[in-house]
Every structure is written in C-alpha cells, then in structure tokens.
Design a protein around this ligand. Sequence first.
Ligand SMILES: Cc1cc2nc3c(=O)[nH]c(=O)nc-3n(C[C@H](O)[C@H](O)[C@H](O)COP(=O)(O)OP(=O)(O)OC[C@H]3O[C@@H](n4cnc5c(N)ncnc54)[C@H](O)[C@@H]3O)c2cc1C
Length: 505
Amino acid sequence: MTAGGEQVNIVVVGGGTAGWMTAAALVKLLPRRCTVHLVESEAIGIVGVGEATLPHIRAFNEKLGIAEAEFMARTRATFKLGIEFQGWGKPGDSYIHPFGTFGTGQSEVDFHQYWLRCIHQGIPVPPIQELSAACMIARMNRFDLPSTDPNRLESTFGYAYQFDANLYAPYMRAFAEAMGAKRTEGRIVDVHRNGETGDIESVQLESGERIAGDLFVDCSGFVSLLLGKALGEPFQDWSKWLPCDRAVAMPCRTETALTPYTGVIAMPGGWRWRIPLQHRTGNGYVYSSAFMGDDEARAGLVAAVEGEPIAEPRVLRFRAGRRERSWVHNCVGIGLASGFLEPLESTSIYLTQQAITALLELFPEREVSPIDRAEFNRLVDMEYDRVRDFLILHYHATTRAGMPFWDYVRTMEIPDSLAEKLELFRRRGRIVKYREGAFLDASWIAVYLGQGVMPEGHDPRADIPSAESLARGMAALHEEIRAAATRLPDHRQHIESYCPMADAA
Ligand SMILES: Cc1cc2nc3c(=O)[nH]c(=O)nc-3n(C[C@H](O)[C@H](O)[C@H](O)COP(=O)(O)OP(=O)(O)OC[C@H]3O[C@@H](n4cnc5c(N)ncnc54)[C@H](O)[C@@H]3O)c2cc1C
C-alpha cells in the first residue's frame, strides 16, 4: 500500500454493472486518492440481467452528477413507483409495494395504526392501498416527478428506474473512462499473493501480462475469482430459506400499457418478473430446481409472456447467500462476487451501491486497517440480512397451498430475526424501525397487509380521534389522493416529453 497522501492503485476485476459502477464512483468521488484500472473479458461477458432498481439509485446518480433525462434515454429506462405482487397472499389477489408512504407520512402515530383501528372497530375506511399516492398513481399508469414541497401530497412518493441491463454497464463505462479509469481487455488466469501477508499483489492475464495494485475490487460475478477462488472466503448458503436457484429470462415486445412498476407474479414453481422498458419488456421465471425442471419453467414463461418474444429463453443459475466476509486482506468483493439474493425486490444493484458507498467512506489510507475492514463487513452483512428477512417474508406469509414449492416455503422454519419482526407486527402492527437502508416502514406494511398478515391490536394512541372524524379524514384523504393522481400525465406520455423514447426493438 502506498504511503499516506499518495494515490492508492485500485484494480477492479470485472466490467459488469458492479465493476463499472465501482470504477465510476471511485474516479469521480476520490479523484486524487486513487487510480482505477479495470480488467474485463468480453469473451466471458456479463450476466446481462438486472433491470429493476430501488429509489436509492437516484442518490448514486446525483452524487456522480449524472443527468437523469440523458441517462434514461441512453439506458431506455422507464420510471418505477413500486412492485406489483400478483397472487402472493393467495391466488388472484394483488397489491403494490410502493416507493412512498401510506397516508401523508406526517402524523406522530404511524398512519397504518389509524387504518388498523378502523378495521378493528368497523369504522368505514378505503383499502390501505388506495391511501398511498404511489399505489394510486401506479395503478392509473401515470407519472410525474414528485414535488419537493413536503406539505404537498405529491411529495409522498419516490421512484426508481427500470432500465436495459445491457446498456447500463456500457453507460457507466463511458462515464468512468471519461473521468480517467483505465481498462484492459483480457481473461485473468492467475492471481498472485504475497507469501507473507497473503495480500493479493497482481492478477495475470492469458497473454502473460500482470496487473499489480494496492487494493483489488472483485466484481467478477458469480465466479468470485478473487474473494471466493483465490482467497477461499466461504459462502454462507441461504437456500433453505430462499430455495429459488434458477431463472429463465426472455424479453418480448411491449404490447400492453407501459406500467410505471415492476410486475412480480406468483407461478407454480416460483414467480415471474415483468419489467417494461422503453423499447421492450423484460420477463423471467425464477424457480427452484428442486421443484421444477428447466423445460417446464421455459414452457411456463413462454406461455405467460404478454408480447411477441424477441429472443430465445436463456437459463441462469445462482445460489442465495453471501460470502462470510466481503472484504478480506486487500480484496473487496462487490456485486455478485460478494453474494446474491434473488431479484424479488430488485435489491442486487442496491446492495452493490451500498457496498460502494461503504468503501468510499472507509477508503483505506496507508494500509487496510482491520477496524475499517470489520466495519465494512458489518455494514454489508446488515444490509444482506435485512434484505434476506424481507424476501423470506413474502414466501412465508402466503396462503398458497397444494403446490410443492409453495407448501415448502409457507411452512419452512424462518430466521429468528424475522420471527421476532412478525410477532411484533401481529400483536399491534408495530414495525421494527431502521433509520436508514432499504425497506423502511411502508415496505414492510405493504407486504404484511398485502399478504394478509393482520395484527390483533393497534397503537392505543390511534384511539384518540372520534370514529366520525377518523372516517371523514380517511375519506377526504382517499379523494385527495385520487384527484392528485388523476392530474398526472400518462407514464408513456411523460417519458416521451422528458426523454426521447427509443423505437420498438
Ligand atoms: C435472474 C437475475 C435477475 C436479476 N434481476 C435484478 C434486478 O431486477 N435488479 C437488480 O438490482 N439486480 C438484479 N440481478 C442482479 C444483477 O444482474 C447484478 O447485480 C448485476 O448485473 C451485477 O453483476 P456483476 O457486475 O456483479 O457481475 P457480471 O455482470 O457477471 O460481471 C462480471 C464481470 O467479470 C468479468 N470476469 C469474470 N471472470 C473473469 C476473468 N477470469 N477474467 C476477466 N474478467 C472476468 C466478466 O467478463 C464480467 O465483465 C439479477 C440477477 C439475476 C441472476
């Protein structure tokens, strides 16, 4: 490692979404602290899926100074207000996990507590989904940027993007290279470590060239070339809770409305995604090979897609879990090289972004400090564990029965951390609070109530207003949300005026 004040030479291994996001953030945000050299192999290629994101990506783009309209035009992106879950609680039902609050988000007592009181005491109240601006706007296929005035109802929702994964990494590459990142094309065939410290010294390409560095970022995807293979960091396998280990993906033409949300539809052997982009719709069937064969999944997807296919179905394999530590010696694993949780809640790019942020915050000086490394690993683990529990909730809180896959996930043992959260909610609708990170209160409320987990009681402070004023307030809010949503433009029209739409593929 170089002396304090000198630049740290970083080698990023892998040029997929994770590699180029990392390179772009490092060159832009730590320009005097590091040099970035990225190695990738076009022959190996990138995983090329990963099209739905969480709202946090906007903060990442803002930090880098990326202009939204241009970014959306180049990646053929659409807006995303949440995820619609079809048939998860029971066959035929549907709810939206919104990026936004229920109610106005401004009351001292959580809004859903008033709603629960109405249900418990027979006070007339609209469905909770219709008391969220994000849900209502999404259902109407409308969109406009949220208001920045916190007193306006139009400020109660956030949004993310749905973009073409094969255009996103090249976009980030152009950005990073323009800022000074260096790129070498080639297949890495060997990794050289220091005989005393065990640190990585260089990676060797097929051509014989060696690329040396102070810090190595492993973004090599599922193969986990440095962290897993060279350093032997064990993989914590979570497939007993998240048994899906395959997906078959196939894009099609968009022949239905351009929805400002991702569709997640329960299927006999797992679930199916539907991600509308400007020029096509991404589709995939995520399933467990223990319960369904590839041919059956492929046939299930082909039969279900709602447009003319524009590519052959492609099968991808994965395993749920993460490396025990993501930062070991002088190697930081980011992206699929560090772990993977199935894309049910579009969390992988988010986890990549969080790891990049932690790396920037804990960026090493003269040498990697064990304390910084431990803190990085703590942050990464915390994010993974929370996302894991949230995903398991969807499977556990289902009433789907009579299908081997669903019978397994409904009745499986769940982690203690999730069992405690569920118990707390079932008693009085209380959510375990996080100050930051993914999936704050509204996300948990959406899934609990959307899948029929109904608390026995509610917060006693919600009993203070009279029944009449509560009913009146709920009805007025419902009408206000409906009126506000109706005023917004159609999602497709908004994109057409905001950034040029691509021709249909
Ligand atoms: C089915 C599925 C659906 C998904 N959906 C979503 C979603 O909706 N939202 C979301 O956020 N995420 C999603 N993801 C995850 C998302 O695709 C990944 O997080 C993202 O693409 C990052 O991948 P990566 O860069 O880590 O790996 P990759 O894209 O696999 O890139 C690995 C890189 O390493 C290079 N490499 C590997 N070995 C070598 C070698 N020996 N020498 C040189 N270079 C090498 C490759 O060439 C490549 O450049 C999904 C994943 C799957 C499997």
